[in-house]
Design a protein around this ligand. Structure first.
Ligand SMILES: C[S@@+](CC[C@H](N)C(=O)[O-])C[C@H]1O[C@@H](n2cnc3c(N)ncnc32)[C@H](O)[C@@H]1O
Length: 220
């Protein structure tokens, strides 16, 4: 399957096969369902008055769009700070998010190439903000005590191990504000133990997506 060929998932939303990692960017059981269940609702961002989201792996921007639409729909402010080490093209993003008309997304597409060249992108529309760093998140200085939600959405621990190490999980925990929640689709034992070792209260939840379990981890 070519990296250029979007794939339709079970709920009708699109995803992509990454040739670099040999995995799809989201669950084939439903990319949008996974985004809503695991990341938006799992982290509590859907009810937070002004979510501040730190995302590891901006990828196709699906989690960002899901969270942006939720915040826009209920009049909540949103700040999203995302990292992406291997950005795909603006043309492919456009194809994958066909029909997306949110002005912040369209502005992101317009400035994508310049942002990739500069290494970052910073956009603001009303009370909605996006900061995107085109960099390896494991080498970046993450903001301490900042995020109401961390979306840990790298490829699987087997394929993309550097974003699942105990050291990096501890850094992500440090970037959560008190009461903040890290959400991730992986329920692997090593991830659970790493999050607990970082001092988070870890809870396994059953997802709608393929009945797979996922993790939410709260900072007290
Ligand atoms: C599963 S996909 C993310 C899907 C995305 N969250 C979305 O909503 O479309 C994983 C992403 O993490 C990125 N990635 C992997 N390792 C990374 C790293 N060390 N730093 C930043 N991004 C990384 C990959 O390039 C890929 O785009």
């Amino acid at each position: 399957m070519s990296e250029r060929q979007p794939q339709r998932t079970a709920d009708g939303s699109l995803t992509l096969m990454s040739e670099r990692y040999g995995e799809t960017y989201a669950s084939l059981h439903g990319a949008l369902a996974q985004s809503r269940t695991v990341f938006l609702q799992g982290s509590g961002s859907h009810v937070h008055p002004a979510p501040r989201v730190l995302e590891i792996g901006f990828g196709l921007g699906l989690n960002f769009r899901t969270t942006l639409h939720n915040a826009s729909g209920r009049g909540a402010a949103l700040t999203c700070h995302a990292y992406e080490a291997f950005p795909i093209s603006a043309a492919l993003l456009t194809e994958l998010a066909a029909g997306e008309t949110h002005p912040l997304w369209l502005e992101m597409l317009d400035t994508w190439d310049a942002g990739v060249r500069a290494g970052h992108l910073e956009l603001e529309r009303g009370s909605h903000r996006l900061r995107l760093d085109f960099a390896d998140a494991t080498l970046a200085p993450l903001p301490p005590n900042w995020a109401s939600a961390v979306y840990l959405d790298g490829f699987s621990p087997g394929k993309n191990p550097e974003v699942w190490t105990p050291e990096f999980l501890a850094r992500l925990a440090h970037s959560l504000s008190p009461g903040g929640v890290l959400a991730t689709y992986s329920a692997a034992g090593a991830v659970r133990r790493g999050l607990a070792a970082a001092g988070l209260q870890v809870e396994k939840r059953r997802g709608l997506v393929g009945k797979r379990e996922f993790l939410v981890a709260r900072k007290e």
